[in-house]
Design a protein around this ligand. Sequence first.
Ligand SMILES: [Zn+2]
Length: 388
Amino acid sequence: MIELLFLLLPVAMAYGWFMGRNSVKQNQQTEKQDLSIKYSTGLNYLLSNQQDKAIDSLLDALKVEDDSVEAHFAMANLFRKRGELDRALKVHEHLVRLGGLPTKAKQQAVFELGKDFLSAGLYDRAEKMFTKLLKSKTYGLKSISYLLQIFQSTKDWQQGLSHKKLIKKVNDKRQLHTLANFYCELATTAFEQDKFIDVIELLEEALALDPNSCRANWLMAKIYENHDQCEQAAQCYQAIYEQDKEFFPDVIQQMHDCYTRLDELDDFYKFIKKVYDETASSSALITYVNHIQENNGHKKAKEFILTALKRRPTIRGFQHFIKMQMSQSDDVDNTSLDLIKDLISEYINIKHRYSCRTCGFNSSTHYWSCPSCHEWEQLKPVRGLEGE
Ligand SMILES: [Zn+2]
């Protein structure tokens, strides 16, 4: 209530100025008096907490040349922030209908009305409002962003892609990234139907829009592997590492399987060593230690993991070390080690594997679009002591 009163101070000031002007025409005086009554009534309604009546009165007093248009926008936005969408809608609709409003203010009203509809979940109406503004210099880019948000919610990927030309023209990286994910969504459906050519074409489109889309390479690797084209799949896995080092630990096992089929495990471990040296990821460490154990024996592997854990301790690395110790110990020692191993496993199980780099949302399941902030490709393995 207090915020509303502050917002309406400019209205009252504008009115004071308006009323203060000397006018020679009697009919103008009458009009001012009329406005005065409407503003006073509106403020009185606000003071007595009758907000709907206050809105009616204040909107009735609103005039195009009146300085209070901005105050009305502020009042409506405050209503929306407070979740009083019906009130925000009423004010914005009134501003949209108001004849003679300057173009910029009119566009602002349409834009804000679109946001009201979006907040209310009225996607079709919101879409109509934002579509009207696509050519606006001030609101065009912002409107595309909201339109993509709508198509993401309605899973209308094709509709989103119909704006590709415009988005490419403005070259907005964030929106290109979103469109690349729309292509990935279509490619996922084609993948489920095993339409090899369609999947490749859609993913190439995705990579053309966003060369850093590791999701496109991840899916491409899967379809290549399904069609026994492991060399191409291996290239995709390597590309994922270059694109997103934080996401890479999640594909190490798949990459291992791919190189096993290619019978090129030496190349794989060479690559994993490089990954470990550059990122110190616990998944890369465990994979590489297994390789040392197979080729150079337990002692060398133990030395390697101990040095690594001293340099950068992680719970997963320590869990692997305990497993290695258990495989070499006698039965008596195993009882206590077993207890430690179970305890660590329990601890790891209650910790989330992924965290959203944008909003901090934690999850044990991987999602390409964050369930909380809806950003694409932001859920990645947790880093640090409890993660990678
Ligand atoms: Zn998020």
